[in-house]
Design a protein around this ligand. Structure first.
Ligand SMILES: Cc1ncc(COP(=O)(O)O)c(C=O)c1O
Length: 420
């Protein structure tokens, strides 16, 4: 690979805006082992050159028997809001459309995010935005700084781009992770300063899985540190419109640089539309658009029409989503209190309750959660899936239906699935 500017090539140099890598970077992921001998000649079909692990979040709920209550997958279970249903019903033509997304949708996103439509790239979910960003900005020899615990796709997508990951911890204000979690801006900056190969930093506020956020001051500290080093800061804000009470600050509260990633999947209750976006400076969008175009051409047209309708109705749709979540949180907190006597603090935002597992689970929390699935018939996601920092915890989604939350939480607690 030639002509690649790496952060490690320029330690201590003045700020350089992050430059994309070439898109034909050679990747360095494990290859499938080729078969050998006569069996090979007779049976072996084409072997994949590179393989990816399947989602460990989905794996937690796989092989669940009938009657198992699913509190694993992070998705809203309230109905698709009416503006989207009506927009889908009005679709009469289905052209490919512009790579960057339809202008009306980009305008609606721009109005919501407080940017210009030229600064918006519509992608296939937030996942599509993260994919293009990491493909464009990191490669072999680079590192991506991600939260621990954090959304597992960050590690997978960085690895797929050939880069390594380093982690910064999220911290709790009480021993054993029993208090409120938050971003440790100083810890993040320390990790950044000591890692010259870091080219991209990802923050996720509110966090999956902890539900924690950061103050404006902490965000500014992180944004300044990234800008000083020419490192691309990516803020994954898919849960931000779902703040519990006080609005959770986003990246745009502190800087016009860096990239904000979001989607209609969580707050607008439409994960199956597969519409997300990134907003950011033109050089970032220019680097990502050909990757996005190569992978998907454009987000699906009918989905974009529905997403536009949702965005334009944000003043009704988002309060309705917050109300749906508030009643689900109440069902969770009431059941938890009735079963344990403990009064729960809501997360800063999002729809995850991150809770401590009993010490007997710490050695093999994945097996412990699988046994809860089989014994208690309730699926929660082992915190270890989100990184070593989550080993002693598990995540449950209160995006689930209220009756499932009540039953599932009872089963979880009565089966000894929660530290007491
Ligand atoms: C933190 C975070 N980012 C991104 C995504 C992907 O969202 P999308 O459905 O928009 O691809 C998820 C989905 O669970 C998530 O939790």
């Amino acid at each position: 690979m030639s002509s690649v500017a790496r952060s490690s090539d320029r330690p201590g140099r003045p700020a350089v805006f992050p430059m994309p890598l070439r898109v034909d970077a050679h990747h360095a992921l494990p290859r499938a082992v080729p078969p050998s001998g006569r069996d090979c000649a007779r049976h072996a079909g084409p072997q994949p050159r590179r393989t990816l692990p399947t989602s460990r979040i989905r794996a937690a709920g796989a092989q669940a028997a009938d009657g198992v209550i699913h509190l694993g997958l992070g998705e809203p279970t309230w109905p698709l809001p009416k503006p989207a249903i009506r927009a889908l019903g009005r679709v009469r033509a289905c052209p490919y459309g512009a790579h960057a997304g339809t202008l009306p949708l980009r305008r609606a996103i721009a109005a919501y995010e407080g940017v210009d439509a030229a600064e918006v790239l519509v992608t296939a979910g937030a996942q599509g935005a993260l994919f293009s960003l990491l493909q464009a900005f990191v490669g072999p020899g680079d590192s991506v700084l991600i939260p621990d615990p954090g959304f597992p796709a960050y590690r997978t997508l960085a690895g797929w781009a050939g880069a390594e990951t380093q982690t910064y911890p999220l911290v709790s204000n009480a021993e054993g992770g029993l208090g409120r979690w938050h971003l440790d801006a100083e810890g993040l900056v320390e990790a950044l300063v000591s890692s010259p190969r870091v080219r991209v930093v990802i923050i996720n506020l509110p966090s999956n899985p902890t539900g924690s956020s950061a103050s404006v001051q902490q965000l500014a500290q992180v944004a300044d540190a990234c800008a000083e080093r020419g490192v691309l800061l990516v803020a994954d804000e898919v849960y931000r419109p779902l703040s519990s009470s006080v609005p959770v600050p986003g990246l745009r509260a502190v800087t016009d640089t860096g990239v904000v990633v979001s989607s209609v999947s969580k707050a607008w209750a439409a994960p199956g539309l597969r519409v997300g976006w990134m907003t950011g400076p033109s050089n970032v969008l220019e680097a990502c658009t050909p990757l996005h175009a190569t992978a998907t051409t454009a987000a699906a047209g009918p989905s974009q029409a529905a997403a536009r309708a949702l965005l334009e109705a944000s003043d009704r749709v988002l309060p309705a989503s917050r109300a749906a979540l508030a009643s689900r949180w109440q069902a969770l907190a009431d059941t938890w209190q009735a079963e344990t006597g403990a009064v729960l603090d809501p997360p800063d935002g999002g729809f995850y309750h991150y809770f401590p597992l009993p010490p007997s689970a710490w050695n093999d929390p994945v097996a412990f959660c699988a046994s809860l699935r089989d014994r208690a018939k309730v699926v929660v996601v082992p915190g270890l899936v989100f990184g070593e920092g989550g080993r002693r915890f598990a995540r449950l989604s209160f995006g689930a239906r209220p009756d499932a939350i009540v039953q599932g939480v009872r089963r979880l607690i009565r089966a000894g699935g929660v530290a007491r």
